[in-house]
Design a protein around this ligand. Structure first.
Ligand SMILES: C[S@@+](CC[C@H](N)C(=O)[O-])C[C@H]1O[C@@H](n2cnc3c(N)ncnc32)[C@H](O)[C@@H]1O
Length: 219
């Protein structure tokens, strides 16, 4: 699906039907995997901007129900295809644009998981998304997000791909920003560095490096 950056639709023209089963968005990093292993993931979870299924099978193993949403239907088709058959009955997929009000009732999710995506959105748009997450989350519900900072996407010829509108926070800026936005939540934060990761999408292959914040917050 073509991106429309001016409308905060950060899709990529990936032909998901013809990519291997592992995610085009890289490996499932250890920090997030460990967090998902350690936390109590039960009830109804929303995998927001779920892409082509990174971590989705892990959520399906633990939660009672997973609703995976994304604006890109082809990504969701791949995500459903790679879900292990016995777990598929717990999975629903739905196309939504997260910069619009979410088409879910108030207080219905036990958890919301969103990785690899939220750092793309300009600050006011990000705030709107977090407010919608807060609305659909039960009290005591949990948000798990990651947030890439100090991002570099380097093509083989050394040039950089800059995503239009992307704030590209430093680690310090993002920590301040997140602490302010989540001041009413009980927050746990871990920071680290993403090892250089090759990403192959239709814009070509590039190497992604960044720092990251992994946040787990309870409402
Ligand atoms: C970098 S990928 C990350 C996917 C997945 N969460 C992961 O970490 O592997 C970003 C995802 O956000 C989706 N996306 C971008 N803009 C969106 C929007 N406005 N509404 C819903 N999904 C969007 C894209 O289609 C893509 O699947």
């Amino acid at each position: 699906m073509k991106p429309i950056e001016q409308e905060n639709i950060y899709t990529d023209e990936v032909d998901y039907a013809n990519t291997p089963d592992n995610s085009v968005w890289g490996t499932e990093d250890k920090a997030t995997t460990d967090l998902l292993d350690r936390l109590d993931i039960t009830g109804k979870w929303l995998n927001l901007c779920a892409g082509d299924g990174r971590f989705n099978n892990k959520l399906l193993e633990k939660a009672d129900e997973v609703i995976a949403v994304d604006i890109d239907e082809n990504a969701l088709q791949k995500l459903a295809r790679i879900a292990p058959k016995p777990l598929r009955k717990k999975l629903t997929t739905k196309i939504i644009n997260i910069v619009k009000p979410f088409s879910f009732e108030n207080n219905i999710f036990d958890g919301v998981f969103c990785v690899g995506t939220l750092h793309l959105f300009p600050r006011p748009v990000f705030k709107g998304i977090i407010s919608e997450i807060g609305r659909i989350l039960k009290s005591d519900g949990r948000i798990i997000i990651d947030f890439a900072t100090d991002i570099k996407r380097t093509y083989p010829n050394g040039s950089l791909w800059i995503v239009e509108n992307e704030p590209n926070y430093t680690l310090e800026e993002a920590l301040l920003f997140l602490r302010e936005i989540f001041q009413d939540y009980t927050v746990n934060i871990k920071t680290g560095h993403v090892d250089p990761e090759k990403v192959k999408i239709n814009k070509g292959e590039y190497v992604f490096t960044s720092n990251f914040i992994l946040m787990d917050a309870v409402k």
